[in-house]
Ligand binder design. Structure first.
Ligand SMILES: [Zn+2]
Length: 306
């Protein structure tokens, strides 16, 4: 009887602990298992706290020791990707050497970003545009370095922004275009959060508030439908451009030189690639198997993004 009592009191705790982060059997006994488990658990807490959403069920983590096995496991041709979230399986797939090569701060951001993809997939009832999904994951993960706003301001000043319609596609290309797509996606997402919250009389610019609205059974579908309306999107894009235009014009006048543009682009690229050298995505690789989310672009089970 005392044994039963002991079991009853122990079981729930044990369950809670194991569902928090489940490492794959091959990983669980490795020397770095504790580190990976703690890192993921911390990222989960961060993602849940900042998004205001709770991940239900287990969080499965599997890590692969090299790119070949990583690709084989995912059955996808992936280059320079650190981690991929597969919400349908509650799974994060990690290319171990790439993650372990990152700084602790970057590791935390990478995993928080991926877990946010899973939270969005669990709570938001429909696909978000890739720019918004990526932007939200970046904000929740704290991937908002100065480089991004710089890059955006410079592109705006020199007329180099991407049309919203091309943004989805540009998230897949490598190089400067992809870097710009992420920077612009982040800027558009911030603008979307602020203006939507204003419209509904909410305060602030918290990702948790917009995610709560997008997850709401009544308001969520309305917001999602609006995001698919070409006319609304065109107006949204025009308002976003209008708001930034005075700053962009001012900088264009002050700088007045395409040399500056080249220098800034080059510096940004250096920083971008240093940070993400292993995380470039190949969205095309997912076209046949659309259940993936990956580090550089979010997707849900129905839509191919990354
Ligand atoms: Zn992503």
């Amino acid at each position: 009887m005392s044994e039963e009592q002991a079991l009853a009191s122990v079981t729930p705790t044990a369950t809670t602990m194991t569902t928090e982060v489940n490492l794959a059997p091959g990983d669980a006994n490795a020397a770095w298992a504790g580190t990976l488990r703690n890192l993921t658990a911390k990222a989960r807490i961060l993602a849940e706290k900042r998004s205001g959403l709770t991940l239900s069920g287990p969080l499965n983590v599997i890590s692969l020791p090299n790119e070949r096995e990583f690709q084989r496991y995912l059955n996808a041709r992936l280059n320079q990707v650190v981690a991929v979230a597969r919400p349908a399986r509650s799974e994060i797939v990690i290319l171990r050497p790439a993650l372990f090569a990152e700084s602790p701060a970057d590791q935390e951001q990478t995993l928080t970003h991926e877990i946010t993809h899973m939270l969005i997939a669990q709570h938001v009832q429909g696909p978000l545009p890739a720019w918004l999904e990526e932007g939200l994951c970046m904000i929740v993960a704290g991937q908002e370095g100065l480089g991004y706003s710089w890059r955006m301001t410079m592109a705006g000043s020199l007329g180099g922004t991407l049309p919203l319609g091309e943004l989805e596609r540009s998230l897949l290309y490598g190089g400067d275009l992809q870097a710009l797509a992420y920077a612009q996606g982040l800027s558009l997402t911030r603008f979307y959060i602020r203006t939507t919250l204003e419209q509904y009389g909410r305060r602030g610019d918290s990702p948790a508030t917009i995610l709560q609205m997008l997850s709401d059974p009544d308001m969520g579908p309305r917001l999602l439908n609006q995001l698919l309306e070409p006319i609304w999107l065109a107006g949204f894009e025009a308002r976003w451009r209008r708001e930034h235009r005075s700053v962009w014009n001012w900088i264009a006048i002050v700088s007045g030189a395409s040399v500056l543009w080249l220098v800034i682009s080059f510096l940004f690229l250096l920083a971008y690639w240093r940070k993400r050298r292993m995380s470039r995505l190949k969205r095309e690789a997912f076209e046949d198997d659309a259940e993936y989310y990956e580090e550089d672009g979010g997707d849900d089970d129905d839509i191919t993004s990354a």
